[in-house]
Design a protein around this ligand. Structure first.
Ligand code: CP
Length: 315
């Protein structure tokens, strides 16, 4: 299966086969990353601009490292250090980056649709690193990659995504990818943050974390996105934690091999108990490691690289 897209804006735009192509290519690149010589020349001579208008640790740094692994040159810019601060439009800024011969632009922006807006107007590849509450495609991919790596498959796996679904781009990308690959997804949270309008996406809805503990193969805890909420959606953090937090007591009810996931950044003691985050079953740091392999694969494929199978790099 060939990947014939210059951009990655939303997992909703792609077929299950295309998304599996990314996961398989990421598996191959994870193998490369475990060798002594981790760099390949695939993007030598290309320039990637990391354009983050919202804060990030994991995504920005892993895109930077991914570009380095592929031998690309990398420039990082932030909103405060760009002429957006002086009133330049997003498109004008992006066109100037392209005029400086940027081949790939990785963008994180508070507005849903910003990555697609640029992708449709630029020749450069545009990769969405999170657009408002819309999608965070590489997070969805790295989550699915981690599930497949740890459990061996995705089809039929029961995944509970718990928390602030309404404002979560991570949840939307996870829902798109996991349902396409045959997982059984349940969204869990208060009705204000998990409205019934999500049902047509092919998911179950539950309003109590206690309903899903024993049956889940994966439990993915999300942060409350205070920065995107414009009013109070639950009585308070204490109430939320008591009703939806993965406490030590609740964690004891999980299946023996249940994966505990979190996209980060975590609010320890709110959506997840600190000991649970660091304890048995937690794959939170594996997710971060896998994010690098996934981002290498995305940059490589969007630059015209041929899809790879994992065995291709096992020598
Ligand atoms: N998961 C995630 O997007 O983390 P950062 O905000 O640190 O990039």
């Amino acid at each position: 299966m060939n990947w014939q897209h210059k951009d990655l804006c939303a997992l909703a735009d792609h077929t299950a086969q295309e998304l599996m192509t990314i996961l398989d290519t990421a598996t191959a690149f994870k193998g490369v990353g475990e060798r002594n010589l981790k760099k390949v020349p695939a993007l030598r001579g290309k320039t990637l601009v990391n354009f983050f208008i919202e804060p990030s640790t994991r995504t920005r740094i892993s895109f930077e490292l991914a570009a380095m692994r592929l031998s690309a040159d990398v420039v990082n810019i932030s909103a405060s250090a760009s002429s957006l601060e002086k009133g330049e439009t997003l498109l004008d800024t992006a066109r100037n980056l392209e005029a400086l011969r940027a081949d790939l632009i990785v963008i994180r922006h508070k507005s849903a649709g910003s990555a697609r807006f640029l992708a449709d107007r630029l020749n450069a590849s545009v990769i969405n690193a999170g657009d408002g509450a819309h999608e965070h495609p590489t997070q969805g991919l790295l989550d699915a990659f981690t599930i497949r790596e740890k459990l061996g498959h995705i089809e039929g796996v029961r995944v509970a995504i718990v928390g602030d679904i309404l404002f979560s781009r991570v949840a939307r990308s996870n829902i798109q990818l996991l349902t396409k690959l045959g997982a059984k997804v349940t969204l869990v949270g208060p009705p204000t943050l998990v409205p019934a309008s999500f049902s047509p996406l092919g998911v179950e809805i539950a309003h109590s974390i206690d309903e899903v503990l024993e049956e889940s193969d994966v439990i993915n805890l999300l942060r409350i996105q205070h920065e995107r909420q414009r009013k109070e959606y639950f009585p308070g953090v204490g109430e939320y934690s008591a009703r939806f937090g993965l406490t030590k007591k609740r964690a004891r009810r999980l299946k023996e091999n249940c994966l505990i996931m979190h996209p980060g950044p975590m609010n320890r003691g709110v959506e997840i108990d600190s000991a649970v985050a660091d304890g048995k079953g937690s794959v939170i740091l594996d997710q971060v490691t896998n994010g690098l392999a996934v981002r290498v694969a995305v940059l490589y494929l969007c630059s015209g690289g041929a899809p790879m199978a994992s065995s291709a790099t096992d020598q």
